[in-house]
Design a protein. Structure first.
Length: 338
């Protein structure tokens, strides 16, 4: 018999925690069967709270066990084509959450919110808890939307936001770097295949003489309505693709060499950096982007991981990030399509 209690980690209403109080030693098959039976309730809690943490199953001890859980709670999984973060495939469509070193935090975001094809939900699995720090901050996108300045909301609502990404060449891009080389973004070294994928996604590719690339992604609405609750929330990554926010990111992490390099690029080659644009072709203002950065930074609710945790995140109603860490930390992810 498996039983659980519903609690919260702290004072915030996310994540909702399903703490296993009986049956912690259930076999993998029993655990997967129980989760399959409770899939509807789990998704209902996700719709209400944005994030649900399942904690306490001893059988959740590996990537294959996590893949079995995904098979029970997810209708389908998607691949990470077009993504910005360095990742490695671990098992099937289970990947590492981010290959960036522990010196880098990650700001709050919805996964792949800079493109039309994005997951409906994420499942994060803690295989190895962080030795030091390394919490995953969360935020309710409904509250973030309310905290944004009304003028900023109006401008983005009227004009949307599109991203122009500067992607390194395969020969110069490091494995765990930002920006990523284009072969890692498109999962191929074939330029014809890159252009085929870009056409399919309605993107524009501009090849540079040094084999790097400027990738123009389509302008998308800055807000997204949840398919079941109807709630309309802020859902884009403008704060990740503006040079001024990249500087803010490096300053927060204490990465002084990156700060100096970014400021040099802004002065010398701004046309070779990521930028965001509105539908009318105007560049998103630095003031608006930095305001978004500030609101997100102030909205973080940190989650400290325990081994075997599985966190189900709605990719509209919830945002997630990462604090810096030291030592070991291994979080795996499956990207869910409803």
């Amino acid at each position: 018999m498996i039983r659980f209690e519903e609690t919260f980690v702290g004072d915030e209403p996310l994540p909702r925690v399903w703490r296993i109080t009986q049956g912690q030693d259930a076999s993998r098959e029993q655990m997967v069967g129980w989760l399959r039976e409770h899939k509807g309730a789990l998704n209902a809690a996700r719709d209400q709270h944005g994030a649900v943490l399942v904690r306490g199953f001893q059988a959740l001890d590996s990537a294959p066990a996590f893949a079995d859980v995904l098979g029970a709670i997810a209708n389908d999984l998607m691949e990470y084509v077009g993504g910005t973060a360095p990742r490695k495939v671990v098992h099937g469509r289970v990947t590492t959450a981010s290959g960036l070193p522990g010196t880098h935090s990650l700001a709050l975001h919805q996964e792949m919110a800079y493109q039309a094809s994005r997951p409906d939900a994420l499942a994060l699995f803690c295989e190895v808890p962080p030795d030091e720090m390394g919490e995953t901050p969360l935020a309710d996108a409904r509250k973030v939307t309310e905290r944004l300045d009304a003028g900023v909301r109006a401008r983005f609502d009227a004009q949307g936001v599109g991203v122009r990404r500067a992607l390194r060449s395969p020969s110069t891009g490091e494995e765990n770097s930002i920006p990523r080389p284009w072969n890692q973004v498109f999962l191929t070294t074939d330029r014809d295949e890159v252009e085929r994928i870009a056409r399919e996604k309605e993107w524009k590719v501009e090849w540079r003489p040094d084999a790097s690339m400027l990738l123009w992604q389509q302008v998308l609405p800055a807000f997204k309505a949840h398919p079941r609750t109807g709630e309309r929330v802020w859902a884009n990554q403008v704060h990740y693709h503006m040079p001024e926010c990249m500087v803010r990111w490096a300053l927060r992490d204490g990465r002084s060499a990156d700060v100096a390099d970014l400021r040099r690029q802004m002065a010398e080659t701004p046309e070779l950096m990521d930028h965001c644009f509105h539908r009318d072709g105007t560049r998103v203002s630095a003031e608006d982007a930095e305001h978004v950065w500030d609101v997100l930074e102030q909205s973080e609710v940190p989650l400290r991981w325990e081994r075997g945790d599985v966190l189900l995140l709605d990719n509209v109603l919830a945002m997630h990030g990462r604090r810096q860490y030291r030592g070991q930390r291994r979080i795996l992810v499956g990207m869910i399509k409803d």
